[in-house]
Write a protein that binds this ligand. Structure first.
Ligand code: PLP
Length: 457
């Protein structure tokens, strides 16, 4: 098919939407390392995990064998309300950059929560409901995950308790209000509702909280309340599995026009959107059927892949969660002020960590002001106001396209545009007023946190 036939937006028909998620672990020779019990340091059994997580999700978490897992009809029906998400050919950006590269982006911001997180939230809420639970607990940092989960829980009539990092709770009252529209209870963390919250408040009076601390609170509440389980919006294998819907749709859309990407780019916080976007492509790479250049983009202020170590670490501050082997900066690491709240986690998905360690993907880190420059350049020609997180991928996609301009290569670049930035306008304001911080942690600082990693193996 000739080039000019490719539309601005490639949509899929309802019957072309994925009917099963793809589990990339099935094709990995080196499987991601198992989660460990924080007390015994032995691999977590299904029974142990079942005390914290929903049963079916535990099965998905531990499943390294089945390549395809059927998407239940109820979830597929919900997906139909906001999916397929468009795969957009960035003709206007290409024109602006005067690049011979062909740029596509998969836009996940077309739902009220404004990001890809709803793809996994709805699945997790569905399995909680199916198990007959009363509700779920979770943490949220910037608020995207909490919003997505609130929407999913209200759809299935489940109670939803969100522990929101205090600084975000205070700075992002509108996010909190969206969650309350969907019936969630939102508590600033650290709170005085939990043992760990009381302890942290006593030790650090006036603290504005952290993601690691909010996780510990949410887990404690889930474990103490009968009929509740804890759910998490990134990092875990099950979340990457649900997010594979992004990659499967992308691949189906590209296949319609016989397009083969050369480079696939995504931002990486805990790794769920990137893991989902690349899954089917990585599967082909692992099976030796095709090759792609895959690039994870992270903030220079929180560089888990590019400057972290591959080791077992705690997922939370209270050390109540299982240990995960991942690229990590250490669970006490708190990044400097960075407006990409969704990219501030100290660790990285065990699946992506293993793939990265095996040399199957690359990672780069980018500075904040450079990210906002790219965000604005993109917004002005493509119309979408991107989330700061997503703009990390935009930065590197633009850089790759500019390289093509130098070399004359006509590479096909696909990147994940994970969400919209309407709740991030304070960050844009800081950028416009020249008040944005580009702090990069020193090697000494990183070494200090690394020294505190748990001794395992
Ligand atoms: C949460 C979030 C991310 C980062 O999370 P991953 O699990 O790494 O995908 C990226 N973009 C947006 C818009 C988010 O809300």
């Amino acid at each position: 098919m000739s080039e000019n036939k490719i539309p601005y937006k490639i949509y899929l028909e309802e019957d072309e939407m994925p009917k099963a998620w793809y589990n990339v672990r099935a094709d990995m020779k080196n499987k991601p390392a198992p989660l460990l019990n924080p007390g015994t340091l032995q691999p977590m059994t299904a029974e142990e995990l079942g005390g914290v997580f929903c049963e079916e999700l535990v099965a998905q978490e531990l499943d390294n064998e089945n390549a395809y897992i059927e998407i239940p009809q109820e979830i597929r029906d919900f997906y139909k309300m906001y999916r397929p998400s468009p795969l957009v050919r960035a003709y206007c950006l290409e024109e602006k950059l005067q690049t011979p590269a062909k740029i596509y982006y998969k836009f996940e911001g077309n739902n009220t929560s404004g990001s890809h997180k709803l793809n996994s939230a709805i699945a997790q809420a569905y399995y909680a409901k199916k198990q007959g639970l009363k509700g779920v607990t979770t943490e949220t940092g910037a608020g995207q995950w909490g919003t997505a989960l609130s929407m999913a829980c209200s759809y299935f009539d489940l109670d939803c308790k969100v522990y929101m990092v205090k600084v975000s709770y205070e700075q992002k009252p509108f996010r909190r209000e969206v969650m309350r529209v969907y019936g969630a209870s939102v508590t600033p963390s650290p709170s005085m509702d939990t043992e760990i919250g009381k302890k942290i408040n006593a030790e650090h009076p006036g603290t504005t909280g952290s993601l690691g601390c909010a996780i510990s609170e949410a887990v404690e509440v889930a474990v103490k309340n009968p009929g509740y389980r804890y759910v998490l919006g990134s990092v875990l294998n099950q979340v990457l599995l649900h997010q594979s819907v992004i990659g499967l749709e992308t691949k189906a859309a590209l296949d319609k026009y016989n397009i083969k990407p050369d480079v696939i780019i995504g931002c990486a916080g805990g790794g769920s959107n990137l893991g989902g976007l690349i899954s089917p492509f990585m599967g082909e790479k692992l099976r030796g059927e095709a090759d792609y250049e895959i690039i994870a983009v992270e903030p220079a202020s929180c560089p888990s892949f590019t400057r972290g170590v591959y080791a077992y670490d705690f997922a939370d501050t209270g050390m109540v969660c299982p240990l995960a082997k991942m690229y990590t900066l250490g669970s006490d690491f708190i990044p400097s002020a960075n407006h990409a709240g969704g990219l501030r986690y100290h660790g990285m998905s065990p699946v992506l960590s293993q793939l990265y360690d095996d040399g199957l993907m690359k990672a780069v880190s980018v500075e904040q002001t450079k990210v906002f420059e790219a965000a604005e350049q993109f917004a002005r020609v493509e119309g979408i106001l991107p989330a700061p997180e997503s703009s990390h991928a935009i930065r590197v996609a633009i850089d790759e396209a500019l390289k093509c301009k130098e070399t004359g290569e006509e590479k096909t670049i696909v990147f994940g545009l994970t969400g919209t930035g309407y709740f991030d306008l304070v960050a844009y304001e800081k950028f416009h007023d020249g008040e944005m911080d580009d702090y990069i942690p020193t090697d000494e600082e990183l070494a200090e946190y690394r020294a505190k990693l748990p001794k395992v193996e």
